[in-house]
Write a protein that binds this ligand. Structure first.
Ligand SMILES: Nc1nc2c(ncn2[C@@H]2O[C@H](COP(=O)(O)OP(=O)(O)OP(=O)(O)O)[C@@H](O)[C@H]2O)c(=O)[nH]1
Ligand SMILES: [Mg+2]
Ligand SMILES: [Zn+2]
Length: 315
C-alpha cells in the first residue's frame, strides 16, 4: 500500500497525490460514518490515505483513512440527515466574503465559524472586491474588522483587481494548508489564481440580475503554489444549517459568548431570559456585539425547531 493525500473529491472518485508526487484517480469501498452520521463523502480533501493500485494505470482503491488532526464538516445541503466533509487536516481556514457584489451576509461568517471552533482552527476573514468600496462600504468593513479582530480572528481586505494586500495574504498562506470557503461569486477561485497565476481555475461573472454567484466551482480541490502553500478551493456555500448540533454546541462555539458564560448564574445558561446572565449584561455593556448575539439566537432557534420535529416525527 502507498500513502498519499487526497487533493480532489467529487464524492464518487478521489484524486490522491502520492509521496512521489504522482496523482492517481481512486475510488473507495464500504460505508463510512462520523459519530453515527452517514457521510455524503467519506473522504475529504486533505485526508491522508493508504491506497492500493488497481489495474495497470494510475488508478487505485482507498483502503484506509489515516487519523485526522481536524476536519470541517457541515450538514449536507441535499441530504438533511447526512454530513458533508469540506476538508481535513488543515492549518487554517480563510473565509472570503464581500461587502458588495454579492452583498455582505454577516450571518454566514458566524455560521462558518461554528465549524472551525470545535478544533480551534485559526480563521482569516478576507473581504474581497475592495476596489468596489466607497465610503459606506469602507465603514462597514471597518466595523466588521473591529468586531472579528476583537474576538480573535484575522481580518484583511483585498481585491483581485488591485492586488491590495496580496503579499500579506501570501505570507499568511505560506507553508500552510488553507481551506478557502465562502458564498458563490465572492471571488474564491479568482483569489487563488491571483495569488498563483499558474493556476487555471474557472471563474464566472456573477449574474447582474440577482447579484448572486453561479456556483462555478463544483468540487473541492487542493492546489500547491510556488510559494509553498496548499490552497483548497471549494464550491460556494449557499446555506449552512446545523441539524447535527445541539443548542449547547452552539453556545460553546460562539467564542466570546462561551468565555462570558463562565460568569452566568446558571451553569447551563443559554443566555435567553435566565436571571443573572452575564452574556446579556455583556451585550448591554457593548462587550459582545449585538449582531453576533442575534445570529446566535437564530441558530439556536433553528436547531431547537429541528430537534423538536426529530423527536416527534413518529407521532
Ligand atoms: N470587482 C471585482 N470583481 C471580482 C474580484 N474578484 C473576483 N471578482 C469577480 O467576481 C466573479 C466571481 O468570481 P469567482 O472567482 O468565480 O467566485 P467564486 O467565489 O470562486 O465562485 P464559485 O466558484 O461560484 O463559488 C467573477 O466575475 C470575478 O471576475 C475583485 O476583487 N473585484
Ligand atoms: Mg470558484
Ligand atoms: Zn447566560
Amino acid at each position: 500500500m502507498l500513502r498519499g493525500v487526497v487533493t480532489k473529491s467529487t464524492g464518487s472518485w478521489y484524486k490522491v497525490r502520492l509521496e512521489n508526487n504522482s496523482e492517481w484517480n481512486c475510488r473507495i469501498t464500504g460505508k463510512h460514518k462520523l459519530f453515527g452520521w452517514q457521510l455524503t463523502n467519506p473522504v475529504a480533501v486533505g485526508d491522508y490515505v493508504m491506497v492500493d493500485q488497481e489495474g495497470a494505470t494510475e488508478q487505485g482503491v482507498i483502503k484506509q483513512i489515516l487519523p485526522r488532526k481536524n476536519y470541517v464538516v457541515r450538514q449536507s445541503p441535499r441530504q438533511k440527515h447526512q454530513l458533508h466533509l469540506l476538508a481535513a487536516n488543515i492549518d487554517q481556514a480563510c473565509i472570503i466574503t464581500t461587502i458588495v457584489q454579492p452583498n455582505l451576509k454577516q450571518g454566514f461568517i458566524d455560521r462558518f465559524l461554528l465549524m472551525t471552533e470545535p478544533y480551534n482552527i485559526p480563521v482569516i476573514i478576507v473581504f474581497n472586491k475592495s476596489d468596489l468600496f466607497e465610503k459606506e462600504e469602507t465603514e462597514t468593513y471597518n466595523e466588521m474588522k473591529d468586531l472579528y479582530e476583537s474576538i480573535g480572528y484575522e481580518v484583511v481586505k483585498t481585491s483581485t483587481l488591485t492586488e491590495e494586500n496580496f503579499d500579506y495574504i501570501k505570507s499568511l498562506f505560506k507553508d500552510k494548508t488553507t481551506l478557502i470557503t465562502g458564498q458563490s461569486g465572492v471571488g474564491k477561485s479568482s483569489l487563488s489564481m491571483g495569488l498563483e497565476p499558474t493556476l487555471n481555475l474557472t471563474t464566472f461573472e456573477i449574474s447582474d440580475f440577482s447579484g448572486k454567484g453561479q456556483h462555478t466551482t463544483t468540487f473541492a480541490e487542493m492546489h500547491h503554489t510556488s510559494f509553498n502553500a496548499n490552497i483548497i478551493d471549494t464550491p460556494g456555500i449557499k446555506t449552512l444549517s446545523f441539524n447535527h448540533l445541539e443548542p449547547a454546541d452552539i453556545a460553546h462555539n460562539f467564542r466570546e459568548i462561551f468565555l462570558e458564560s463562565a460568569n452566568c448564574k446558571y451553569a447551563n445558561c443559554m443566555h435567553m431570559n435566565e436571571p443573572g446572565c452575564a452574556v446579556k449584561q455583556a451585550i448591554e455593556l457593548g462587550k459582545i456585539h449585538e449582531l453576533r448575539y442575534q445570529n446566535y439566537l437564530q441558530i439556536i432557534e433553528e436547531v431547537e425547531d429541528q430537534n423538536y420535529w426529530e423527536r416527534h416525527k413518529d407521532y
